[in-house]
Design a protein around this ligand. Structure first.
Ligand SMILES: [Fe+2]
Length: 311
């Protein structure tokens, strides 16, 4: 997700004394990582279930420190419709803070975005990604834009079908979920144009056009089904489409994400490709033509700098 919030949170709204430093790390098998990273999902392990920052009261307090545009909370009444129609989710009658605290009693789906804007959670995200960085540097050097997202949900809550512009590890802190994920190279499930349009800022709401590509029932036949319980985490390759179903009364998940030099470079190529496609030309996908990658990246950067694309 793109940055779209101020990074400053008044320090006097945080009581660090309630959250003494505690180290956090992931257990990752190096061979598994090297064989699968950015190609297909694989599991990692963690011991975050009793981490003080990942309990509902601490998360509810965090929700009050985050800017309004970094919080989403809904009632979860849409059921299967939410798989294809995220707009059918209903606004919750409680505040975000109270929705989190009462998630066991009142069905809800809460998303706190870019929690690294809060210094306490930034430290947690950094510590966890430091378990990943030595391995990811071997394959995709230049880790940057480390971000974190918290998901609090009740039974049957569904995160609709979408893709993300980051490398992701989704860590299950409490409860159970099933992840439905598709091969990031599957262009039937996710056409190249959908990715390109996202980077070009096309779509009804440019911030969320990664959520706009329509889900179809026949996609399910090619989905990877990945059950996840507390203590486990799953890797999401860049752009791998996914949807997530909660299967316990309460679920808490933490997503730690990052980008790399290559994903940053390719983002510009994707953006250029969207504009080229609008002229009826099918451009080479990023990574398939070094010449086109260089031309598209340079041209797109220059055009954006000159204000040529205001869409
Ligand atoms: Fe996602």
């Amino acid at each position: 997700m793109e940055l779209y919030a101020p990074s400053f949170i008044p320090p006097d709204t945080i009581d660090a004394r309630q959250h003494p430093a505690r180290s956090a790390r992931l257990s990752v098998d190096a061979d598994t990582f090297v064989g699968n990273f950015d190609k297909r999902p694989f599991y990692v392990r963690h011991e975050l279930a009793d981490h003080p920052l990942l309990q509902l009261p601490a998360i509810a307090a965090l929700s009050q420190r985050l800017p309004e545009n970094l919080r989403e909370w809904n009632t979860e009444k849409a059921g299967a419709l939410a798989f294809t129609r995220p707009d059918t989710l209903k606004t919750h009658h409680l505040s975000c803070h109270d929705t989190i605290l009462r998630v066991a009693e009142e069905p809800a789906r809460v998303l706190l975005l870019q929690i690294e804007h809060d210094p306490l959670y930034k430290r947690l995200v950094d510590e966890l990604l430091e378990s990943i960085e030595p391995l990811s540097e071997r394959m995709r050097p230049g880790m940057w834009q480390r971000q974190g997202f918290l998901f609090i949900s009740s039974r049957s809550a569904l995160t609709p079908f979408h893709f993300d512009p980051e490398y992701n590890f989704l860590l299950q802190i409490s409860g159970r979920k099933t992840i439905f994920m598709w091969d990031p190279a599957n262009r039937y499930v996710l056409p190249a144009a959908a990715i390109d349009d996202y980077y070009a800022g096309f779509g009804r709401d440019p911030r969320y056009s990664n959520r706009e590509h329509a889900y179809r029932d026949e996609f399910m036949a090619s989905a990877w089904r990945l059950p996840m319980e507390a203590g486990q985490g799953v890797h999401f390759p860049l752009h791998a489409p996914h949807a997530v179903m909660t299967e316990s009364d309460v679920s808490i998940s933490l997503s730690i994400t990052f980008r790399t030099r290559r994903s940053k470079f390719h983002a510009m190529v994707h953006g250029a490709n969207a504009h080229v496609r609008r002229h009826g030309i099918e451009p080479p996908a990023p990574g398939t033509s070094r010449l086109w990658d260089a031309v598209a990246n340079f041209g797109y950067r220059a055009a954006r700098k000159a204000g040529a694309f205001l869409a």
